[in-house]
Design a binder for this molecule. Structure first.
Ligand SMILES: Cc1cc2nc3c(=O)[nH]c(=O)nc-3n(C[C@H](O)[C@H](O)[C@H](O)COP(=O)(O)OP(=O)(O)OC[C@H]3O[C@@H](n4cnc5c(N)ncnc54)[C@H](O)[C@@H]3O)c2cc1C
Ligand code: FES
Length: 341
């Protein structure tokens, strides 16, 4: 039964129903209710959450969202991550997916510290009142104090009972959210955290040989996966390869907790790659080339032995998926990533 400030959403042909609070999106309400609608970015860009509205009315948060093509719009398709139901609704969705253990919640969180890691990347630490429930590799939506700008950021720590959420954030030149985060948000400021979201979390009962591939802004998510594997009771049986990449040497940073995690893991190998190595820039100790090429080079001969977790710019995750799944024959369900678009 929906309350007066909620609308009821029925999934056509399935008998599944869930309430959606006023102002919430169809996607987030489904996940809060334990219904696994398909999605990736939660930001209107990837198109994975397309659905059809059969009855009812919704408000579209981002009418020009790139996740819908002109053909989608002609066919009346919408994005569940951008639709706020205004009435009870009946919807037609694609196949439902696995739901992560923690259902997303919205809560206030205070900025506790900002620590620069490279020339354009910093670690932001937030504290909330309740425990930080998420799986390694997931992300949260951060709504900045003006209430207008919300973006997805991956946690760089692991779930904990003291409400600590850490993020490694890369500045986007003239970016709306990162300009506020880096230039205006002061320690003590309050944001709204909504999460966790994301499917690219550590599968802790599967393959103990894993490769974590983090390009630029994807570093935090991969650090979380490494820390998550190191915290498992059978950590000593895990072999982890961590790949970190950037354009030049000044983009490369391997956070300190990774080395500490290495002491608990059976084996930890850290590989770094710089894509702009050339006559004027030296690769130094790093692999010279793109991050997916570093993976192919360093794991040559055993590529299909691993389960892969990846995070970073879509060009990187797409290139990795092509190289591993299409060219090397890796089973698609052994590569996990949420597109950062
Ligand atoms: C799943 C996921 C995880 C991510 N994790 C990290 C991370 O750990 N570290 C990191 O540095 N970056 C991460 N990002 C990227 C981050 O969300 C921002 O896109 C990035 O910080 C640039 O934001 P900006 O506002 O500064 O730049 P801008 O150039 O102003 O904004 C561009 C981005 O904002 C999105 N956007 C534009 N309008 C809207 C809107 N109305 N609602 C929602 N989104 C909108 C666009 O799709 C685009 O991705 C992640 C992205 C995704 C999807
Ligand atoms: S467009 Fe909705 S999840 Fe990416």
């Amino acid at each position: 039964m929906a309350t007066p400030t909620e609308h009821l959403v029925s999934v056509d042909g399935s008998g599944v129903r869930f309430p959606c609070a006023e102002g919430d999106t169809l996607l987030r309400a489904a996940l809060r209710g334990g219904v696994g609608l398909g999605y990736e970015c939660n930001s209107g860009s990837c198109g994975s959450c397309r659905y059809e509205l059969l009855e009812g009315e919704v408000y579209d948060r981002r009418p020009d969202a790139p996740g819908l093509s002109a053909r989608d719009r002609r066919k009346g398709r919408r994005l569940a991550c951008q639709s706020e139901p205004l009435t009870d609704c009946r919807v037609k969705v694609g196949p439902t997916t696995e739901v992560a253990t923690h259902r997303p919640i919205r809560q206030a969180a205070e900025l506790r510290s900002v620590t620069p890691l490279t020339h354009d990347m910093s670690e932001f630490v937030f504290a909330a009142d309740t425990h930080a429930g998420f799986r390694p590799g997931q992300y949260a939506m951060i709504m900045l104090p003006d209430g207008q700008v919300e973006r997805a950021y991956s946690m760089s720590n692991i779930g904990n009972c003291y409400g600590e959420w850490k993020f490694v954030i890369k500045r986007t030149p003239d970016g709306q959210a990162t300009s506020i985060l880096f230039d205006k948000l002061e320690v003590g400021a309050t944001v709204v955290l909504d999460g966790p979201y994301g499917h690219a979390f550590l599968r802790d009962r599967e393959n103990q040989n894993i490769a974590c591939v983090g390009g630029g802004s994807g570093l935090g998510a991969m650090v979380s996966i490494v820390l998550g594997a190191a915290a498992l009771p059978d950590a000593g049986a895990w072999t982890v390869h961590l790949f970190c990449g950037g354009r030049t040497e000044r983009d490369i940073h391997v956070p300190e907790p990774v080395a500490i995690a290495g002491r608990r893991l059976g084996a930890l190998h850290v590989h770094t790659a710089v894509s702009d190595a050339g006559p004027d820039t030296v690769a130094g100790p790093h692999f010279a080339g793109f991050l997916h090429d570093a993976v192919l080079d360093r794991l040559a001969g055993s590529l299909t032995d691993f389960t892969y977790y990846a995070a970073g710019p879509p060009a990187m995750t797409d290139a990795l998926a092509r190289a591993l799944v299409l060219d090397a024959g890796l089973e698609a369900d052994r590569l996990h990533f949420d597109r950062f678009c």
